[in-house]
Design a protein around this ligand. Structure first.
Ligand SMILES: Nc1nc2c(c(=O)[nH]1)N[C@H]1C(S)=C(S)[C@@H](COP(=O)(O)O)O[C@H]1N2
Ligand SMILES: [Mo]
Length: 317
């Protein structure tokens, strides 16, 4: 198998079947070892929000559009675990303890288990990716994330051929997350991607923004970023990644199935039942600034449209 940067899902499958057989022979003694083994790279992830991250490489996938200010990005948030108002997460997440943090990898994969986040991150290289983010509420921002391509993580985790979807779960801790004491959503927040979406080179696991450790309100210590989908797919403060066979339940779909689908691809031609998705307000551009047009797949059509060939995007919203 060729070791290039791009991995097709078909290659993953065949490699993991191979690993499956080998692992069987090794009687599982080394479970997890290769997932944590440091290679040439050695990303380190400090605990406190705002700490400078080191060893970041620039990504060719960044937009050249002007990024929103750190203030915009860290004070205008959706994170219902800390309240439903846009300013609530900034206000209520300051004491959130993003350490120690255990990440569970479960389901149809070779290297399942529970990992300390710092150990889990170590084998990878941190990248800066400046992405557009389009919320389903018709506002948008440009955010300079720091993270790891999810594909790199998945490759090391070695899913088996039974893995058709990846499901993610946020921490469930009503003590620390006051919003979880209300029933505004079903907790824990959960999200999912198809395997092909999860393996797409644009899909990122973010640990920082503006070159610093992620602010709590943006989903510390680890959150998903899928720039061609509505923002709600970008699940925050992830404690569990699970490889599953069936399309997983997702929080906003469970809450209002006619309004929020599993795919949630940004699409100016498919209106939300209660508002148009044709235009968006770029945060920071001023209250009276005219709205800008929303682009198909949030402007990432060239990279991702092929994932959805033959899929009715009106039905599969
Ligand atoms: N756990 C969790 N993840 C979440 C949310 C949430 O309420 N809880 N809100 C989502 C929504 S609707 C959006 S638009 C983005 C906002 O990310 P940001 O606040 O970092 O800009 O986070 C998403 N991830
Ligand atoms: Mo959103």
């Amino acid at each position: 198998m060729q070791r290039t940067g791009k991995i097709r899902p078909s290659e993953i499958t065949s490699e993991s079947n191979y690993l499956n057989r080998r692992r069987f022979l090794e009687s599982g003694l080394l479970a997890g070892a290769s997932l944590l083994a440091g290679g040439a790279n050695s990303a380190s992830l400090p605990a406190s929000a705002g700490t400078k991250l080191t060893g970041i490489v620039q990504s060719k996938f960044s937009t050249s559009e002007a990024a929103n200010s750190f203030e915009d990005i860290s004070t205008y948030n959706n994170f219902y675990e800390f309240g439903t108002g846009k300013a609530d997460p900034h206000e209520n997440a300051q004491d959130f303890q993003a350490r120690p943090w255990t990440l569970e990898v479960a389901g149809h994969a070779e290297h399942t288990g529970r990992y300390q986040l710092e150990d889990f991150i170590k084998p990878y290289t941190l990248e800066e990716r400046i992405y557009r983010m389009r919320c389903v509420e018709a506002w948008s921002m440009v955010i300079p994330w720091v993270g790891i391509p999810l594909a790199a993580i998945i490759k090391k985790t070695a899913p088996t051929s039974n893995a058709k979807f990846v499901r993610f779960e946020t921490l469930n801790d009503p003590q620390q997350m006051p919003g979880q004491r209300s029933r505004v959503l079903q907790w824990p927040y959960r999200e999912g991607l198809t395997m092909a979406e999860a393996m797409h080179p644009l899909t990122l696991m973010a640990v920082g923004l503006y070159g610093q450790v992620l602010p709590n309100q943006n989903g510390a210590p680890l959150r998903l970023v899928v720039p061609w989908k509505y923002g709600f797919k970008g699940i925050k403060s992830i404690v569990k990644i699970e490889f599953v066979e069936k399309m997983p339940e997702t929080t906003w779909n469970m809450s209002a199935p006619h309004e929020y689908g599993f795919y949630a691809n940004v699409n100016p031609n498919v209106a939300h039942p209660r508002w148009s998705q044709a235009r968006e307000r770029r945060i920071g551009s001023g209250l009276f600034a005219s709205k800008q047009e929303t682009l198909m797949f949030n402007g990432y059509a060239e990279q991702v449209a092929s994932l959805y060939e033959g899929l009715d995007l009106k039905r599969n919203f």
